[in-house]
Design a protein around this ligand. Structure first.
Ligand code: NAD
Length: 331
């Protein structure tokens, strides 16, 4: 099968080529993101393979259908950027990677938390200038703190296990309760209860119409003064102006984000030599109590190997996993 890989990044190549030894597809690597304008680059291929920033809206899907593309394979878990209904109408199968190392993202959330709490990002900048002072670097013990986890699927469970290891009290909110977490002592609460009781809130639910701007002026108002907020899930979970207000007022003590609502325009690109035309992102990247990473939670060798293997396997055997009801293939 000829597969056009959009939004290809060089770090993916060894993992894709290794996984392809078993599947022997013809892979075309394309640096551009898939959009209505770039869809033409898929001409002559049987399938396209995309990542989180590719536009799989109606215009793109219609262009792909016109080119005879029957399959779109996502190299990611979330599919909020895909118009599933239009894909279904056009007879395009959408395949995704439903699961890969949840530890990659959970551990990244912990890295954001540890950096913020122990001021690693500030200390690193100081010691590089041989400034060995400690003022302003005061942190707190995580031991005994209350961690609120919103979304206890694969990543939320992995994150909870790590925080339990730190000796934290873990609270959770999800429509589906994890029996494993309950056995480990995690307490499920309503969302308002979780927000008002937690010292640290970490988001691990998908972006859906229901969870869009889950963190907004009302929910921020319920949080403890000075609470920390972590978002490694999707940028649209946060109402960014409201979060900035809460950071400025001190309602939020710190923010760690691996995702940003308008990240498609900036993440994975080098903007260091030009002004950033997004004042909110520019403020976030410069606040001392904010750490921004550019959607790198998945970026471990283990996760990339699994993503490559499941993606190519999905394209080789879609009939084994195709779910007609949801148009999403579970590999
Ligand atoms: P998952 O499907 O295993 O778990 C998601 C959980 O969220 C489920 O338990 C579900 O019941 C719950 N949920 C759904 N709607 C909810 C709501 N309204 N309120 C509370 N909980 C709700 O998914 P996962 O593999 O754990 O991934 C979670 C999210 O992480 C993905 O949707 C994706 O957006 C994000 N993600 C980020 C990266 C990254 O690199 N930063 C990588 C992979 C996934």
């Amino acid at each position: 099968m000829k597969i056009a890989f959009f939004s290809y990044q060089p770090f993916e190549q060894p993992f894709l080529e290794s996984a392809n030894q078993a599947t022997q597809h013809q892979l075309t690597f394309i640096r551009q993101a898939l959009s209505p304008e770039t869809a033409i680059l898929a001409a002559g291929h049987d399938a396209v393979c995309v990542f989180v920033h590719d536009q799989l809206n109606a215009p793109t899907l219609h262009r792909l259908a016109d080119l005879g593309i029957k399959r779109v394979a996502l190299r990611c878990t979330g599919y909020n950027h895909v118009d599933i209904d239009v894909a279904q109408q056009l007879g395009i199968q959408v395949l995704r990677v439903p699961s890969y190392s949840p530890h990659s993202v959970a551990e990244h959330a912990v890295a954001l938390l540890m950096a913020l709490n122990r001021k690693i990002h500030l200390a690193y900048q100081r010691t590089r200038k041989n400034n060995f002072t400690l003022d302003g670097l005061l942190g707190f013990d995580l031991y005994g703190k209350r961690i609120g986890i919103i979304g206890t699927g694969k990543i939320g469970v992995a994150f909870a296990r790590i925080m339990l290891g730190f000796g934290c009290h873990v609270l959770a909110y999800d429509k589906v309760r994890s029996a494993v977490l309950q056995q480990l002592g995690v307490e499920y609460r309503t969302l308002p209860e979780l927000l008002s009781a937690s010292d640290i809130v970490s988001l691990h639910c998908p972006l859906t119409p229901e969870t869009h701007h889950l963190i907004n002026p009302d929910s921020l108002g319920l949080m403890k003064t000075g609470a920390y907020l972590l978002n490694t899930s999707r940028g649209g979970l946060l109402d960014t102006p409201a979060v900035l207000n809460a950071l400025h007022s001190g309602q939020l003590g710190a923010l760690g984000i691996d995702v940003y609502e308008l990240e498609e325009d900036f993440f994975f690109a080098d903007w260091s030599e030009k002004p950033l035309p997004d004042s909110e992102l520019n403020t976030l990247t410069h606040l001392p109590n904010v750490v921004v990473t550019s959607h790198q939670g998945f970026l471990t060798a283990e996760a990339l190997a699994q993503i490559a293997q499941v993606t190519l396997n999905n394209l080789t055997h879609p009939e084994q996993a195709y779910l007609p009801n949801s148009c999403v293939v579970v590999g």
